[in-house]
Design a binder for this molecule. Sequence first.
Ligand code: OXD
Ligand code: MN
Length: 600
Amino acid sequence: MNAFPKDHQAPTTLDALNAWVAEVARLTQPARIQWCDGSDSEYAELIAEMQADGTLLPLNADTHPGSWLHRSDPEDVARVEHLTFVCTSDRDDAGPNNHWMSPADAHAKMDELFAGCMRGRTLYVVPYCMGPIDSPLARCGVEITDSAYVVANMRIMTRMGAAALARIEREGRLHDSGLHNSVFVRGLHSIGELDPDRRFIMHFPEELAIKSYGSGYGGNALLGKKCHALRIASHQARKEGWLAEHMLIVGIENPQGEIHYIAAAFPSACGKTNLAMLIPPQSYREKGWKVWTVGDDICWMRPGADGRLYAINPEAGFFGVAPGTSAQSNPNALESVQSNTIFTNVGVTDDNQPWWEGLDDRVPAKDWQGRDYDKANGPAAHPNSRFTVSARQCPSYSSHAEDPQGVPISAIVFGGRRASLVPLVFEARDWTHGVLIGASMGSETTAAATGAVGVMRRDPMAMKPFCGYNFADYFAHWLSFDKPGANLPKVFHVNWFRKGDDGKFLWPGFGDNMRVIEWMVGRVKGEVGAVDTLIGALPQAEHVNLDGVELSPEARDKLFGFDPDGWRGEFEDIGTFLSGFGPRMPRALLEEHQSKAAAA
Ligand code: OXD
Ligand code: MN
């Protein structure tokens, strides 16, 4: 029996892709199949269909032309880490940091869910490229989905369509003749019934495959993002000698016109988008400092011929957290989302403009579920409500963001939300120490994933939900970059979220983070001072430009101080955490930690 619906024409000559689409069609039984070419007309048709069936609601076309509101199922509003699995043949390869299922069991479970699930629906075939289409660092995938909303988001978030398909075909032919080591990642997605009890996000890194069922939301459903560009890519990167990281990439231009690129890892909803789009304080702007956005969430990097790490942003858009985004916190993001944006789960004003907590002091008319706004029902915008917008709409988008060879990284920054103990910034002594700092990162949880908010958890390199293999092997992979000929970035740790005894933040954050960045760039150039402490090189208040920032004596103490008693407890906790990974944990990292803990 022909697996394709009647009249179906596959536009590709790549047998492997046709065979997979046929196999999926046989399993899921769609009414029709649409191969997406990424064109404007295709996007317009998708939008029209979604407007007709109520998936997208129009927003005020005068204030927000080309923009739409999507209200998700209220039970489907965030990533579901407890339903996310890494399915490797050997359980230890997934590690204690992942939920695991055997590939055979996982395929059986998922195929049962997928059986017949697209009856009466359209199966969209979405070829995409993660990274600039002509970049040797970029990688391709194909997502099959039955959600038009996912297709529209993938078109904004990735290089989707005909050009990606052409690259997939080229690489497929090279692969078949043994000249290319990777084929496209296969992601199969269905919203199913949006039933939280029939929801799983399964990864098969050894097969470069993803199966996601039962959610239409963000990282669960836009498979190019967390599933491909982090979980599958991290696994692939280990095999091939590169890094796939949960990091923003930002270019800092000094008054001399030199640009230093920084890659920074923070857990979800901890300000990566704000830092990536930072606007320096006026005094900095007057001197000629500029900030250029390359990416706000994911960074793929590999050593170049000169030993430096070169990075690309595999994404083409931002899937940013809306609440808290304002003219004060992130004017560039706000300007980016004035048109051609898909908003998900925000509230609306009475003249149908998108609205979220922290935007301004207007009172919303409807909340994210479409109810008349009533404070008693909670926030108008869901705390994990989002905007999807092309990176090209960002006023600070870097002219080097599409450079095929990537941008050279001068500094890697780790950070999290830490109300106590952790100072504003410190610098690792060397690469191994930097890897230890990344591996021991902790942060209070946010609304980006389901579960309790504000609970401190260890989130190494901000990759806890995203590393597609055993963290012990991941740390070893990080350490392996320190080899002869390497010219690695300096490593820093920042904490914008330190609180005072009154529970208020001690550091103004946002644009003023530029002051910390200036210190880091100064350290990279060997031009500014710090004091050596057990946790690394710590600036004193006089090493950072604080002109115009009012800090209380308590703030100075806590932001620039080192509390040996507190750190003794922290080192103990980190030791317990690291030993949880058992004998696969690299010795060099354990020794690095033990030397610190012993001296504490
Ligand atoms: C994201 C996340 O959407 O980390 O970027 O949850
Ligand atoms: Mn993220």
